[in-house]
Every structure is written in C-alpha cells, then in structure tokens.
Design a binder for this molecule. Structure first.
Ligand SMILES: Nc1ncnc2c1ncn2[C@@H]1O[C@H](COP(=O)(O)OP(=O)(O)O)[C@@H](O)[C@H]1O
Ligand SMILES: O=C(O)C[C@@H](O)[C@H](O)C(=O)COP(=O)(O)O
Length: 297
C-alpha cells in the first residue's frame, strides 16, 4: 500500500508503437497491461516503468499513457529512438511482429525512481521481449526482486522469436509468483520445467517446480484455464467477430491482476478475463475503451 492507501500496479518493459498497415497504435505488452488495468478499475495507482526516445513518438507515447491514467514518472527519456514494431495480420486476425532494435526501452537503466516505485508495487507484469537487451534485463529483474514479497509478480512470457532464450525464461520463472502463457508457449515451459503430461496436468507440475501460486493458460478462441492456490478453474472462450487478436492476452492478464487484487472468486476472474479479451479481439488494436459492463466497480 502507498501512504495514501492505494495499491501500485506496474507495467515493466517495452513501450512502443504497433505499426499496423493502416497506421500506428499504442502498444508494448506491459504498456497494454498497464492501460487495460487502469481502464478496468480506478482503484489502483497504475504506472509504467520503461523508456522512450527524445522524439515525437516518445512524446505521443507519454501523452497516451497520461490520457489513459497511467503514471509516467518512471518512464525515462533517452537518446535512442522510441520503440516501434511492424504488425502483420493473417486472415484470422493473428499477428506477426517485426521489432525495431536498439530502441529506448532496450536501455532501461536502474535509478532511484525505479527503486522507490518497486518498493511500493503490489502487482506488476513483465515479459521476455523487454529483457532482450542485457541492460534492460538486469533492470527488470532487479525491479521484480525489489518489490515486496507479497506482490503479485506476473511473468507474461509472451515469446517473440528470436528475442528469447532458455536463460531469460528460467531467470524470470525464478523471480515471479504468477505465470501467464498461451498453449503454444506451454511445451517450452514444460520442457524447461522437466514436466510432462496433458495441458491441465502440466499446470500444477510447473507451479510446483517454480514455486508459483498462479498460472493462467490461455487457449485462444477456446478460452483459458487458471491454476490458483492449488485449484484448477476453467472458462470457455466468448464468441466474437475478430478484428485482430493483438492485446487479447495483455487484457486477459490485466483482468487477472485486477480480479485477484480485488479478492474476487478465481472462477469469476477467469470468466471475466475471457470476456474482456474477446472484447479486445473484436476491436482494432490492443487497448480499446472498455464498455462499463466489463469494468470492476
Ligand atoms: N478468436 C478468439 N475469440 C474469442 N476470444 C479469443 C480469441 N482469441 C483469443 N481470445 C481470448 O484472448 C485470450 C488470450 O488469447 P491467446 O491467443 O490465448 O493468448 P495471447 O494473446 O497471449 O497469445 C484467450 O484466453 C481468449 O479469452
Ligand atoms: O510487446 C509486444 O510483444 C508487442 C506488442 O506491441 C503487442 O501489442 C502485443 O504484445 C500484444 O500481445 P498479446 O496480448 O499477446 O496479443
């Protein structure tokens, strides 16, 4: 808790612009997580920890975060350009990504502001892409380790080839308390955990291996499963007309964080997460405005 009693939730890592064929939209998985968290509930003090360039895209990114109620005091302004990624969509709305390299978020260096934010963080989300460069990898891992033991530390593995390796996945699994992965990412995590079995059998084995309290497994249109406090919960996908699936997983993770921090029943949380993610699939881009029915009051 902060001095004023509010809980800090942090998106930690890449902050960039998704360049779609019809133009740029705000993105970066942890930034999507932060924006969706702020949009789903006004109970939390949401912040982004990252870096932008000293350029127009950087200024626009900072404005976009502020407009959505996400704090920017832990977003550094650096000499490298603001991050971008070219997004191509296939006929089912699934994305493939081509990331610019050596961008501002690759050089997130440790500072007093990050130390102060980490000390009051009660939930955060980080992934592998943000750690592709050694400087940001060290800072992200230090940040996660500097948060209170009680914090919900979500590792959304979000594999973006070729920007990950076994080391970064294992290092991240050691320091998180919760894991979000999709069904395509599960076999690699199972292998790194020396675990075998069906998808549902794998969840408790992976949780046991890395001492995780929570694992969310998303299954695209088929919904999701949640292993939480030793119990398995399942939810069907919510039928929708897909515009693009970009940001579906991040909005799912944001709902998970808001729901668990709010003390909601895990079955309700996973069902709501599937509804929110399906809504994101039905809209352009990763962080559309949410209708009131999807928000937490
Ligand atoms: N075609 C779809 N129809 C409805 N919901 C979907 C669809 N694709 C994804 N979702 C929702 O988004 C969540 C995350 O999608 P998924 O593709 O599994 O993960 P990620 O986006 O992280 O790769 C799913 O659990 C589901 O709730
Ligand atoms: O950070 C990335 O990997 C790219 C993002 O810009 C993109 O918006 C994204 O990651 C969406 O992730 P998803 O929720 O898994 O679709």
């Amino acid at each position: 808790m902060n001095v004023d009693g509010s809980v800090s939730v942090v998106g930690l890592g890449e902050l960039l612009w998704d360049i779609f064929p019809d133009g740029p939209r705000f993105g970066g998985a942890p930034a999507n997580f932060a924006c969706s968290t702020a949009a789903l509930s006004n109970k939390f003090d949401v912040a982004m920890a990252s870096a932008v360039g000293d350029d127009e895209l950087g200024q626009n990114a900072l404005q976009e975060l502020k407009r959505r109620g996400v704090g920017t005091s832990a977003v550094a302004v650096r000499s490298e350009p603001t991050g971008t990624v070219h997004v191509s969509l296939n006929e089912t709305g699934h994305a493939s990504y081509q990331f610019a390299e050596n961008t501002a978020w690759d050089f997130l260096s440790w500072n007093d502001g990050l130390e102060e934010l980490a000390a009051r963080t009660q939930a955060l989300c980080f992934g592998t892409l943000g750690q592709r460069n050694q400087t940001s990898r060290e800072t992200i891992q230090r940040f996660v380790q500097s948060t209170p033991d009680s914090a919900l530390k979500i590792f959304d593995i979000n594999l973006r080839p070729p920007f990950y390796d076994d080391d970064v996945i294992q290092q991240s699994l050691r320091i998180c308390t919760a894991l979000k992965l999709n069904d395509e990412e599960l076999p690699l995590v199972a292998k790194l955990s020396d675990a075998s079995g069906s998808d549902y059998e794998l969840l408790p084995k992976i949780a046991d291996r890395w001492k995780l309290n929570t694992i969310a497994l998303t299954l695209g249109a088929s919904g999701a499963a949640l292993w939480h406090d030793g119990t398995l919960f399942k939810a069907d996908g919510v039928e929708t007309t897909v515009r693009d699936t970009v940001g579906a997983g991040d909005s799912f993770t944001a709902t998970l964080a808001v729901g668990l921090l709010s003390g909601c029943d895990p079955q309700h949380v996973i069902e709501r997460a599937c509804e929110v993610a399906a809504f994101v699939c039905s809209q352009d881009g990763a962080t559309p405005e949410f209708p009131d029915r999807l928000k937490f009051v």
